[in-house]
Structure formats: C-alpha cells, structure tokens
Design a protein around this ligand. Structure first.
Ligand SMILES: Cc1cc2nc3c(=O)[nH]c(=O)nc-3n(C[C@H](O)[C@H](O)[C@H](O)COP(=O)(O)O)c2cc1C
Length: 188
C-alpha cells in the first residue's frame, strides 16, 4: 500500500476538462474530512470550504462578473455571460479560504500554509475517488472586493478554487518530475 500511495502521489495530475458527475455530498464529506488532517500549527483548523454546484454556480459566476465590473471601467454588459460561464467550467467548484486568527505563535502565513496544505489534500482526495480537480486562482482571489462579494471577513485569505468533476479523458501520461535541482543533501 505505501508504495502504491507514493506512486499515486507521484502521478497526480490536474484536470482542466471536467464533466458531471462531481463528488456526491458524502464523497465531498469524506474528501474534506481527510483534507482537514492537513498539517496545522496550533490546531487552528484555518481552512474553510464552500462548494458551488448546480445552479449555485450562478452565484459564483455573478461574483466573477461583479468583481470584473468593479475593476474595469466601462465594462460592456455583453461580457456578463463570459464571466458567469467561468463558474460552469466544472460541475462543482470548491472555494477554499483561510480564516486567519490572531495568534501569539502562529502568524497568518502559517495559517495560509495550513489551508494550502488542505487544498493539496483535496486534490489527492478527488483523484483517490476517481474524480479530477484543478486548483485555480487569479487576481480576483486577492482583492477586498471579492471578499465583500463572498461575504468573507476582512482578514480571510482566499487559497483558491478547486474545480472538480469527472475527467473528460483519462490522463495517460506520467508527469515529469525534476528533482535534481530542487534537492540538496547535507550530510557532513
Ligand atoms: C495556488 C495555485 C493557483 C493556481 N491558479 C491557476 C489558475 O488560475 N489557472 C491555471 O490554469 N492554473 C492554476 N494553477 C495551476 C494548476 O492548478 C496546475 O497545478 C497546473 O496546471 C499544472 O498541472 P499539474 O498540477 O497537473 O502539474 C494554480 C496552482 C496553484 C497551486
């Protein structure tokens, strides 16, 4: 099992092209429970999850659109559809954000790291159940305007959106891994 698990992690790939079905409610619960075992300094559990699916994605699409309206002067109304459609790139979209607490020993960056670790666990969990996922972000993830539109708190930090569903095609390739220049041993 341990060797298989290493191979499974080694060969993980993102999937941009995703169809229905997305994970069921109980599958999401098991993925997100497993993701909630991410490393977490101070046991703060800073990750928060919100799943948009079905027509719920229209709400997310409207957030993309209203964010764009707030950023671009004279944005033509005709562009609304294109922004809303982004939320429909997959049958489900998981928003992950970190709820940052003031803590004497755990600075915000560590809370963001813990929530990011949870996001990576989500990707693995999706693949483990036969689903595909793609972690996306973009400048809109890092503005106060988006937080307002999502009714998040001022100090919350968006980690990203994981688009989830069933891969349109099974990935046949083994991703390249270049460890050489990323690893140094210090032994004496
Ligand atoms: C924090 C974060 C944000 C990302 N945002 C985007 C994005 O907005 N658009 C995109 O195409 N890929 C984005 N990616 C990269 C993809 O999720 C994916 O990792 C990349 O396409 C490489 O594919 P692979 O995971 O199969 O190696 C992001 C990755 C991370 C970790």
């Amino acid at each position: 099992m341990s060797k298989e698990f290493i191979t499974f992690m080694r060969n993980r790939v993102s999937q941009a092209a995703l169809n229905s079905p997305a994970p069921s409610e109980s599958e999401w619960e098991s993925i997100l429970s497993a993701a909630s075992r991410a490393a977490d300094h101070g046991n703060l559990k800073p990750w928060r999850f919100c799943i948009y699916e079905g027509e719920g994605r229209a709400k997310l699409g409207q957030i993309y659109w209203h964010h764009a309206l707030s950023e671009v002067e004279l944005m033509p109304e005709s562009k609304e559809d294109a922004f809303v459609k982004k939320a429909y790139r997959a049958p489900a979209v998981l928003l992950i954000y970190a709820r940052i607490q003031d803590h004497p020993k755990v600075p915000p960056i560590e809370q963001i790291m813990a929530a990011s670790a949870a996001a990576q666990q989500v990707l693995l969990g999706l693949n483990a159940l036969g689903y595909g996922g793609m972690w996306r972000s973009g400048p809109a993830c890092f503005t106060q305007k988006t937080k307002e539109l999502l009714s998040l708190e001022k100090n919350d930090q968006i980690i990203g959106l994981i688009y989830a569903g069933t891969p349109k095609e099974k990935s046949a390739f083994t991703p390249e891994v270049e460890l050489g220049t990323h690893l140094k041993w210090v032994r004496d």
